[in-house]
Design a protein around this ligand. Structure first.
Ligand SMILES: [Zn+2]
Length: 278
């Protein structure tokens, strides 16, 4: 098991080395006409970037993130992303791509929302994250892959999701069908404001502003929708530890020394943009 779900997505894949189409071989690997071969890991993902060295983030970071996701802190943005996409996707059996899927919370949510007839691929260059995403034998096809050189065919996705992740817009445009949409989410101005205020004096950069990301998006896509969702939720001390661990902007700060005892709530603030090829 674990390989079955790749059957339906094999036509969407292409060889990351030569760009050729891929075929499944003996339920154990994917191979192109030139013989470039990638194992279908029993764990439920394919590594299309085996040469990649480990990134700066260890498994512990992704475990923290998964706990924060499972505790419900990101349910509202997930629902908003699904509903925003559904307003623009015409196909009842959509092919969806989560570009920079991390430990898979959004890709799994998309699969639940769009149902069994949808095909969902999630990829990330961080193998540790993808390994966590693939746990539990779920129905998303997971890839370890390089965003700037996607092992995916041209014009085959109804939507590309890009949530709290860097982007590669030229590649996203290449893999989108005509009429396909990009759904991008970035942290809003008040995202985790409680933690950032606690760290204020120790932060190198000034106030975070999503405006630059938004301008870059508008330069590449014609915007169909743009909106912001904000929610402040109570946070338990144990949960706060997970947020401290996953806040990239705190990586240069010694979080042990932050005074966070007074933090009793966490603000989730997300800007969502939906765009089409301009
Ligand atoms: Zn090849």
């Amino acid at each position: 098991m674990g390989t079955e779900k790749f059957k339906t997505v094999v036509p969407l894949l292409r060889c990351p080395v030569c760009g050729g189409t891929m075929e499944e071989k003996e339920h154990a690997s994917l191979v192109c006409a030139l013989g470039h071969c990638f194992d279908l890991a029993k764990k439920g993902y394919v590594n299309f970037a085996p040469q990649k060295r480990h990134g700066p983030y260890g498994a512990a970071l992704f475990e923290s993130r998964q706990r924060a996701f499972r505790a419900g802190f990101y349910d509202m943005p997930l629902t908003a992303l699904c509903e925003a996409a559904a307003r623009h996707i015409k196909n009842t059996q959509p092919a969806l791509l989560d570009a920079g899927c991390g430990e898979g919370f959004y890709a799994l949510g998309l699969k639940r929302y769009f149902g069994a007839s949808s095909r969902v691929i999630g990829f990330d260059l961080e193998k540790e994250a993808v390994r966590i995403a693939a746990r539990g034998n779920n129905d998303v096809a997971w890839l370890v892959a390089d965003m700037t050189r996607l092992p995916l065919q041209d014009a085959c996705f109804d939507a590309v999701f890009n949530v709290f992740s860097p982007a590669a817009y030229a590649e996203f445009k290449r893999v989108l069908k005509p009429g396909g949409v990009i759904v991008k989410a970035v942290p809003g101005e008040r995202y985790l404001i409680e933690i950032r205020q606690a760290a204020q004096e120790k932060l190198k950069s000034g106030a975070y502003s999503p405006a630059r990301v938004s301008e870059h998006f508008k330069a590449h896509w014609s915007v169909l929708e743009q909106f912001r969702i904000t929610e402040t939720l109570p946070v338990a001390p144990e949960q706060l530890k997970d947020f401290l661990a996953l806040t990239p902007m705190l990586f240069n700060v010694d979080t042990e020394k932050l005074s966070t005892e007074h933090i009793k709530e966490i603000t989730i603030d997300v800007e969502i943009m939906v765009g089409a090829s301009a």
